[in-house]
Design a protein around this ligand. Structure first.
Ligand code: SAH
Length: 372
């Protein structure tokens, strides 16, 4: 038996490909498909020998797919139709069309793939797109399993849960990417709307302690930060240097968004998700880093409302808040040091592409589980 022949759909910057590598199974990506030209540049840069089809998935014919003769599909369909903040258009959202096309074509393939892995956001599991997927999988005789995962959870607790893949080794998995808060059309900000585990809806009655945070939220964050089994953020940070100055929050952003920011320090063990608009303050929702570690957050925010803008700014500046750099987000997502972006890809584009991507370690585990 030769290497597993993999079809990577919605390949983006190649998070799935990277995870496949990490899973150490003998495999070859026989085709990667994506329409986004910027994402494709990054994909080519990192996986130069993989055939990359810069076209729409709906544009691929049944004959072309049959010719590829693949054993595995890895795919991350667009998540906007399913995000909590998006309009939740589900199957009526035109961005779901290509996925419906795949479901339509799957039963008609000359030879069914042995494995399918699908990744999406929380919200997908209750969608009709998911129901249609399950229906199709059943029709084709697949055994499937679904997971709602958070990166910290899976890395700590996942390995023992071997599904018994006795039924033809066919398993499909759905998985939550910890990133589901911005849709490109919206500039919507929720106070501390991190999608990190457990942050449910806030009850109206709960009082803010400071900085629009309730005692319950603060408690949850404190608990996560004291879980010694989880690595600290400092392990993922870049060296301080001159180039870092570009990542500090501009005064305008500080004044406008200070109360909405999820602020973490290098010794924290949690962060909120980094979404597409991250690093671009108008949409910013991911955590920002407090580099002045000894400054007490509470002392900065207590009674800050009374102050003039200038005084406010003075106080907020003492925190030395900066965005995580794209490389740091890559580190957090488990992309190896050799992964990179071509120089011409702008900062905004990098954040945007990373916001669409996934946690490599999590998906690598899932691939091992699927094929193990
Ligand atoms: N897993 C990828 C990201 C997936 S995001 C990564 O690691 O980067 C979804 C991707 O699907 C986007 O890159 C988008 O350009 C692509 N896409 C959306 N609709 C598509 C279609 N109809 N045909 C091909 N690609 C599409």
């Amino acid at each position: 038996m030769g290497p597993v022949r993999v079809l990577e759909l919605y390949s983006g910057i190649g998070g799935m490909h990277q995870a496949l590598r990490e899973s150490c199974i003998s495999a070859e990506v026989v085709a990667a498909v994506d329409v986004n030209t910027v994402a494709n540049e990054v994909y080519k840069h990192n996986f130069p020998s993989t055939p990359l089809w810069a076209k729409t998935i709906e544009g691929i014919t049944l004959a072309e797919l049959n010719r590829l003769s693949f054993d595995m599909i890895l795919m991350s369909p667009p998540c906007q139709p399913f995000t909590r903040i998006g309009l939740q258009g589900d199957v009526s959202d035109p961005r779901t069309n290509s996925f419906l096309y795949i479901l339509d074509i799957l039963p008609r393939l000359q030879r069914l793939p042995k494995y399918i892995l699908l990744e999406n956001v929380k919200g997908f599991e209750t969608s009709s797109a998911r129901d249609k997927l399950v229906e199709t999988l059943k029709k084709c005789g697949f055994k499937y399993q679904e997971f709602l995962l958070s990166p910290t959870y899976i890395l700590e607790n996942f390995p023992d849960q071997e599904p018994k893949a006795s039924v033809k080794h066919r398993v499909a998995a759905g998985l939550e990417k910890e990133s589901s808060f911005t849709s490109p059309e919206e500039e919507h900000i929720e106070p501390n709307s991190g999608s990190d585990a457990g942050s449910g809806q806030r009850s109206q009655k709960e009082a803010f302690v400071f900085k629009l945070e309730t005692a319950k939220e603060m408690e949850r964050k404190r608990n996560q930060d004291s879980d010694l089994s989880i690595q600290m953020l400092k392990d993922f940070l870049e060296e301080d240097g001159e180039e870092m100055s570009q990542y500090f929050l501009p005064p305008k952003a500080l004044l406008r968004y200070a109360f909405l920011l999820d602020i973490v320090t290098p010794s924290c063990r949690r962060s909120t998700c980094f979404t597409k608009g991250y690093g671009h303050y108008v949409e910013g929702t991911g955590s920002v880093l407090q580099t002045a570690e000894d400054v007490q957050l509470e002392s900065v925010f207590k009674s800050i409302e009374m102050l003039s803008e200038e005084e406010k700014l003075m106080k907020l500046s003492t925190l030395k808040l900066r965005y995580f750099t794209p490389r740091e987000i890559e580190n957090l997502y488990g992309f190896p040091p050799e992964f990179g972006f071509p120089d011409k890809i702008t900062m905004k584009q990098r954040y945007r592409l990373l916001g669409n991507s996934l946690n490599v370690h999590v998906v690598a585990k899932l691939i091992s589980l699927l094929t193990g």
